[in-house]
Each structure stands twice: as C-alpha cells, then as structure tokens.
Design a protein around this ligand. Structure first.
Ligand SMILES: *Cc1c(COP(=O)(O)O)cnc(C)c1O
Length: 367
C-alpha cells in the first residue's frame, strides 16, 4: 500500500536528533513556556522574515487568538464582517464565529482554489473590516492585489498559513509575512508538523504580538496579574524542541514536494484527470496535490484497489455542515462543484520517485 502520507517514516528521519534533544529536555525539568519555546519562536520568526512569533497550542487557537487580540485592541468590533474563502478547512470559519465576528464566505478562483481581489470586492460591504486569506493546499494567494485592495479600504489582512509554511512569493517574501498577521498550524500532517498539536502566530506588529502573548497565557501580563480574559493555549516545550529540529528540513522538504508535483504534472496524461495549476515557482509548497475527476468515488476505489491511498480536502464545504446551519442557505456553486470532484494524491517528502512513478502509471491506465 502506498500511503497518502507516511508520518512514521517522515519523523523517523529525525530519530537520532529527537532522542538527543529529548534527553536534554528531560534533564532540564522545564515543560511550559521556557527556553525551548522562546528559541523556536525566534527561529520561526526569523525563517518567515517577521519580527515576532508567538507559539500557541494549535492552528485554530492561533486564528482565535488573532481575532481576540484585534477585539481587545478595539481594532475589530463584534459583528464586523470578515471575508474568508468558502472552500477552506472549517477551522478558518470556526475561529471567526467563536469570537462573535461574522464570516462572509467568498467563492474561490476555480484555477487556484484561492480567493482573488476581484472576488473579494464582490462581497465587500461597509461592515467589512478584515480579510482572512487561506493559502489553500500550499499555494500563495495573489497577495499584491489583495493587499492593495485592503489598503484602499482600510482592511486588516490575516493569513491562515496552516498549509503554506515556507511558500515564498516572487519578491522573496514568505507566508507569515504577507499580511498584517498570520496563523500557522503545526498539526503533524502539515508541511512543518509537530509530534502532537502545536501552532504559532507571526506578525510585525508589536501591540498585536504583546496582546497575543498575554492572551495565550490566561491574559496574564506577569505572574498572577491579568489584563485580558485570555485562554490557555501555549506551545509545549517538547513540541518546540521537535519543531526546531524539523524546521531545518522544511526548505528541502518543500523542494521535494515541488519535484513530486512537477513529476505528476508532466507525466499524468489522462483526459479524465484535471491537473492543478502550478506556475513552477516556490509560491506553492504542495501541502496537497489536488486533481479533479468526475465520479470521484469510482476513481478513489480504483486507486485503492491498486494499493494507493487518497484523501479529499475536503468532501463537504463548511457552509453545508450541520455545525454552521445558519450558513446552510448560502448559494456557493463554484465551491460546491469543487468539493464534489477534488481528490488529493499521495504527497509528502518521504514519498519515493519509485512510488510516484507507480501512482502515475496506475492513474494513466484509469478509464
Ligand atoms: C490545519 C488547518 C487549521 C487548523 O489547525 P489545527 O492545528 O488543526 O487546529 C486551520 N486552517 C487551515 C487552512 C488548516 O489546514
């Protein structure tokens, strides 16, 4: 069986260094908000090119803490409208809902799966205050046009960079540094994944950084002094240790993903399979390699019979979920069409080219 993503194999590459660093961690006797978190925050801020990084519990919390900080600072108010792609992972929308803001679901561009400045403009109202951009599947959205639109209309730009660690635009600017603030998830399957839950926020804004630093730790400014109604969402020391080790491999891992994508794109030749758009640059780090095919289940069953595991990112769009019943009446035909025929092919830095070749040949025989 060729796995969609072999996490065990992925992390085994770091076994010796993990064990050495784990021993140091154990000997330190320090578990929460210590040197390891501070070190990783510095490394990750430096990697993204942003001034500040705040380690938090997971990607959803990174988003929630960003919105909470804007509310605490008075830069957003309850019920403000937040633009968000309709075809995102549900966490992006949950974060907006959780803090009493109003998500405005925008149809994506069917070529890139990302929202564009033109689409965004169609959904803007006088109550629109922020845009939550999601670099879906690892591909950067067209931030130049989006940032220009945001600037003209005095909107906050937040990146959900949970699928785009290390993606870099043609000016050399990385995800995490393409808006006012960014949320990252280090869920184990992400391009940079911990060995458990973890997340981070990056920004160049000191007020925002200071506020989020307090909010992740009960709203505390110093021990037992509280400035805000915060939560407990801290990055664990041990996860920071693992992340520091794995961060060093992120660029080469992303290059491997891009090479696999290039192989799929040049070698998959089957009229039934629609391949994704890729401009061959570093602006796409292929968290997922997503093809489109009619009668998806048939295709997935065929691959399964041929010992190839696939996934769907994601089978049901957020506005059609029971949890978001107040959005169920929205009409989002492009989003619904996408969710009906997308399939994610195996993609990871530990996939071998032998496996990629097998997958390609099996797909080319699909009829
Ligand atoms: C994974 C993901 C999240 C949530 O991250 P968690 O760490 O699982 O909470 C948010 N947004 C997007 C786009 C994601 O892919």
């Amino acid at each position: 069986m060729i796995k969609f993503l072999d996490l065990h194999k992925l992390n085994l590459r770091f076994e010796a260094e993990f064990q050495e660093k784990f021993k140091q961690f154990l000997d330190s006797g320090f578990y929460i908000l210590g040197e390891q978190v501070t070190n990783f925050e510095k490394q990750f801020a430096n990697y993204c090119g942003s001034k500040y990084c705040i380690g938090v519990g997971n990607g959803l919390d990174a988003l929630v803490l960003i919105f909470k900080a804007y509310l605490e600072l008075g830069w957003l108010k309850k019920n403000d409208e937040i633009i968000v792609p309709a075809n995102t992972f549900i966490a992006s929308i949950l974060a907006i809902e959780e803090v009493g803001l109003k998500p405005i679901l925008v149809e994506p561009d069917v070529e890139t799966y990302n929202i564009s400045a033109t689409n965004i403009e169609n959904y803007m109202t006088p109550r629109t205050r922020a845009i939550l951009i999601v670099h879906l599947y690892g591909q950067l959205a067209h931030m130049k046009a989006i940032n220009a639109l945001a600037q003209q209309n005095d909107l906050i730009v937040i990146e959900d960079a949970a699928q785009a660690h290390g993606a870099v635009n043609n000016e050399g600017i990385k995800s995490g540094n393409l808006g006012h603030v960014a949320a990252f998830s280090f869920y184990p399957t992400k391009n940079l994944g911990a060995l458990g839950d973890a997340g981070a926020v990056t920004t160049n804004n000191k007020h925002l950084s200071d506020t989020i630093k307090k909010l992740r730790n009960y709203g505390s400014s110093s021990k037992y002094t509280y400035d805000h109604i915060g939560r407990n969402s801290r990055l664990d020391e041990i996860q920071a240790v693992f992340l520091s080790v794995k961060l060093k491999a992120l660029d080469s891992d992303n290059r491997k993903r891009q090479e696999i994508a290039k192989y799929y794109l040049s070698k998959i030749k089957n009229q039934k399979i629609e391949l994704p758009f890729y401009d061959m640059s570093k602006s796409h780090v292929f968290y997922a390699f997503v093809v489109r095919v009619k009668r998806r289940q048939e295709f997935m069953d065929y691959l399964e019979e041929n010992q190839i595991e696939t996934l769907v990112h994601y089978p049901i769009p957020p506005h059609m979920q029971k949890a978001l019943s107040h959005l169920n009446s929205l009409s989002l035909p492009a989003t619904e069409a996408i969710h009906n025929d997308i399939v994610s092919l195996p993609m990871s830095p530990v996939l071998t080219f032998g496996e990629v070749e097998i997958i390609t040949n099996v797909i080319n025989r699909y009829s």
